[in-house]
Write a new protein. Structure first.
Lengths: 414, 405
């Protein structure tokens, strides 16, 4: 059950750092009630390790997210918010950033629903490469071969109240996709965090590794996180109207597009993530939308009332899920409140549309766009300065690094 | 594995008429004996594709439809999308295709415990059957033949091999291959498929699986499943099941023999039918490797009780639904030409080169029966295969010419 506390003796509190990585702190359940103290340096950690921070924050259980652990009978798993000692939301809490955006929608009567579609690679621990080389998208026989791992993952996720809709080998050797049922947006983000955590852990239990890195190899497809999103009011999908996207849905799309460049960093926060954005890669490169079309940044999927939604396709699988969701729902909300009108939907091959604005194609470009975005600052609130600090560090490391690619290409040739 | 065989429902017969299979699945889910449903379709080359769906989700969502990227029904043998395919490409944006399935057609996987599968017919967003999906083409061809009074029940002999790697037989040789082949047969029977026999062939690791009799739709689906099952079983034992037509060390090509009992087709001239099948050869031998295979005969025809027995050959790697559709279309077109004496039936030239696949357009009967969309997209796929082969430098060329030239 995800609605109440279980009677487990132990509680695993799952909290995420600035980069969206899940951490687990275990406590006796009666103590977990009050939160577990963690170092601010860890909560604010970037890719260099602990941040230059002192003091502590509390990882406080959100009991509405409580579920049983698939690994141990006497353990329950709870998603945690980061709070200051006075009980206020910590500026370091990404989950609270998303909650604020959703509350803002709720005050106008909207419930946001979402599902994150995640891709990842299984790795051979001996070679560090993908578990297998050949592309096997939707292959039933390859899926059967991976069944011991995938079935365990699905079972564990079911115990974690993460209902898996389907799994399949994806469009690169060693790559899998997991589809999870849609639900209220905060719970959907929690589910995505748990999918990543569980996939890694199950892979290790099977003698493998799993990575959600956006673009692990130059010649292979990257791993994305497609966010399916809809707004509901009084149990009705208000993005649907007569089998099509409603006016409100179109305004929502307009908001997504208007802020896509400025918020790109929230879905793709490493320099590596921008290698995904290549023409003919099935990752978007242009700010555009349209009906069902996999070359677009936003795909409108229409049909029944319950199934009508929009899918934003630019985020990377290794993003901070809470921040990516927050950015997208905030942008959509802006579109709705201003009754924006989207540009003409794009038909055909969007990779050929040089007349339309491109998405940021490099990390520095995304950072510049982010800095210009008022909405980005609004969304992040107190988290902005921490986030900006880590992103600046990534930029500096990027511009001062020398990669193996550069050495291979230039060292002997110049 | 044995447990799965023992508890399988084994309803051999028409796929569309499995009674109470939906209820059976719900009961199996409740008992915990089925955890996963493979929601499936077969691609243009007869590869078994789909997604693995937890059974609880499948039952909750029944009637069940699942969306897939439509590029995967016309991808090449390496799963690459082909930009020249008219049906879908970057200009169409590779939208969703929808596979609607009927829980009444779910079958327990007899060679793998805890799993069931179901095939659906690929359709577009409006529910219209995709003209490029072989299963839809076969259904349309069978229906048209039926309107002419022609019906067909088929048997199939499928050759394959269990190998340790691409070039070598299993180390344990015939014994290991026989064990795998027997396990394959048991698994298919436990699944409820019309599998009747399996026999070892003289080449190490090679086997021939006998399926049928069955209606064309069931036979086609059974062949897709049989190849998938062979691959799964082999991989689970650390080896490979291959259906490549001309493999190193094998004296005979691996073929799919279809023996069909046809009723309502008086006057079918086997020579004319053979000429028609020679014209459709790229559809029956759809790879660079397969097209160079020499089957013993193109087809034979003989009188039998209540009808004709027509046998034809395709490569083992060919899509079975396509092969069956070509055969039924050939018979149907001949019957049609007999009943409409004014109608010209030009079989078309024999086509023995994938690069010449465009010649498939030259026969009216093929486009008329299989559909011009299917033919055009097949041509794109076959020409793509020919093109990448033309650009490749092979080990054979290196060995033959590198130091000699």
């Amino acid at each position: 059950m995800s609605t109440s506390q279980t009677d487990s003796a132990w509680t695993d509190l799952v909290w995420t750092d600035l980069m969206g990585r899940a951490h687990v702190a275990r406590a006796r359940t009666e103590l977990a009630e009050h939160g577990i103290s963690i170092r601010r340096a860890d909560a604010a950690a970037g890719y260099d390790g602990p941040a230059d921070e002192t003091g502590r924050v509390l990882a406080v259980p959100d009991w509405s997210s409580c579920r049983r652990s698939p690994w141990q009978d006497d353990v329950q798993v709870v998603l945690a918010d980061l709070r200051e000692s006075d009980g206020s939301a910590s500026d370091l809490c990404s989950r609270s950033v998303l909650r604020r955006v959703l509350v803002s929608l709720a005050t106008e009567g909207y419930q946001a629903r979402a599902a994150a579609e995640l891709e990842f690679f299984l790795l051979d621990t001996a070679t560090g490469g993908p578990l297998y080389a050949d592309i096997n998208q939707y292959s039933i026989t390859k899926g059967a071969e991976l069944e011991p791992l995938v079935a365990t993952m699905c079972d564990h996720l079911a115990t974690l109240d993460v209902p898996v809709e389907a799994t399949n080998p994806e469009y690169a050797g060693g790559q899998l996709e997991v589809n999870v049922e849609y639900c209220e947006a905060l719970a959907a983000a929690d589910r995505a965090v748990l999918v990543r955590y569980t996939a890694r852990r199950v892979a290790r239990d099977h003698g493998l590794d799993a990575t959600f890195l956006a673009k692990p190899w130059t010649d292979n497809a990257g791993s994305g996180m497609h966010v399916h999103q809809s707004l509901w009011r009084e149990g009705r999908n208000v993005m649907h109207e007569a089998g099509a996207l409603s006016e409100l849905g179109r305004s929502y799309v307009a908001g997504l597009l208007a802020h896509m460049r400025g918020l790109a960093l929230l879905g793709s926060h490493t320099p590596n993530a921008y290698h995904r954005r290549a023409d003919y890669s099935f990752a978007p490169t242009i700010v555009c939308w349209g009906a069902d079309n996999r070359t677009l940044a936003v795909r409108a999927i229409t049909g029944s009332a319950s199934a009508t939604r929009v899918e934003q396709r630019d985020a990377a699988a290794d993003c901070n899920v809470y921040l990516a969701f927050a950015g997208q729902f905030a942008a959509g909300h802006r579109g709705v409140t201003s009754t924006s009108v989207p540009p003409e939907p794009v038909t055909g091959n969007a990779y050929e549309r040089r007349d339309l604005p491109p998405l940021p194609l490099t990390f520095p470009e995304a950072l510049e766009e982010f800095d210009r975005s008022a909405l980005a600052a609004d969304v992040l609130g107190g988290l902005l300065s921490y986030w900006r600090q880590v992103m600046e560090r990534e930029r500096q490391v990027l511009i001062t690094s020398c990669s193996d690619w550069e050495r291979a290409r230039y060292l002997a040739a110049v | 594995m044995n447990e799965a065989i023992a508890i399988g429902p084994a309803p051999v017969g028409m796929l569309a008429e499995v009674p109470g299979a939906g209820r059976w699945l719900a009961a199996a889910a409740a008992e915990g004996t089925i955890q996963t449903v493979r929601v499936s379709f077969a691609d243009r080359l007869g590869q078994w594709r789909g997604k693995r769906v937890p059974v609880e989700h499948f039952l909750r969502r029944e009637p069940y439809a699942m969306a897939f990227c439509d590029g995967m029904i016309v991808c090449d043998v390496q799963c690459d999308v082909i930009e020249q395919t008219p049906f879908t490409n970057y200009t169409t944006g590779y939208p969703d295709m929808h596979v609607q399935v009927d829980a009444g057609r779910v079958r327990r996987v007899g060679w793998h415990s805890g799993e069931a599968y179901v095939f659906g017919s690929p359709a577009n967003v409006h529910g219209e059957p995709l003209a490029v999906a072989p299963v839809n083409v076969l259904r349309q061809v069978v229906d048209r033949a039926a309107r002419l009074g022609v019906s067909l029940s088929g048997r199939a002999n499928l050759c394959g091999a269990f190998l340790d790697g691409p070039d070598t037989p299993t180390p344990a040789g015939a014994e290991a291959a026989t064990a795998l082949a027997n396990e394959l047969l048991r698994g298919l029977v436990a699944t409820g498929l019309p599998a009747g026999s399996v026999a070892g062939l003289s080449e190490p690791g090679a086997f021939e699986l006998g399926l049928g009799p069955a209606a064309p739709m069931e036979l086609a689906e059974s062949l897709v499943v049989a190849k998938g099952a062979a691959k799964e079983l082999a991989r689970s034992r650390g080896s490979h099941a291959v259906f490549m037509t001309r493999r190193p060390g094998a004296a005979q090509p691996a073929l799919l023999e279809i023996e069909a009992t046809v009723t309502g087709a008086r006057g079918v001239d086997p020579d004319r039918l053979a000429a028609m099948l020679r014209h459709a050869r790229p559809l029956l031998f759809p790879s660079i490797n397969a097209i160079r295979a020499e089957p013993p005969k193109v087809c034979t025809s003989s009188a039998a009780h209540g009808g004709h027995v027509v046998s034809c050959w395709a490569s083992s790697e060919a899509d079975a639904a396509t092969a069956l559709a070509v055969l039924v279309a050939g018979v149907g077109a001949l019957v049609e030409s007999v009943s409409s004496p004014g109608a010209e039936l030009e079989p078309g030239p024999a086509v023995n080169d994938l690069a010449a696949a465009a010649r498939l357009r030259e026969s009216h009967w093929l486009s008329s029966w299989l559909g011009s969309d299917f033919i055009e997209n097949s041509i794109a796929l076959l020409e793509h295969e020919a093109r990448i082969f033309r650009e490749a430098v092979t080990d054979w060329e290196i060995a033959r010419y590198w130091s000699a030239s």
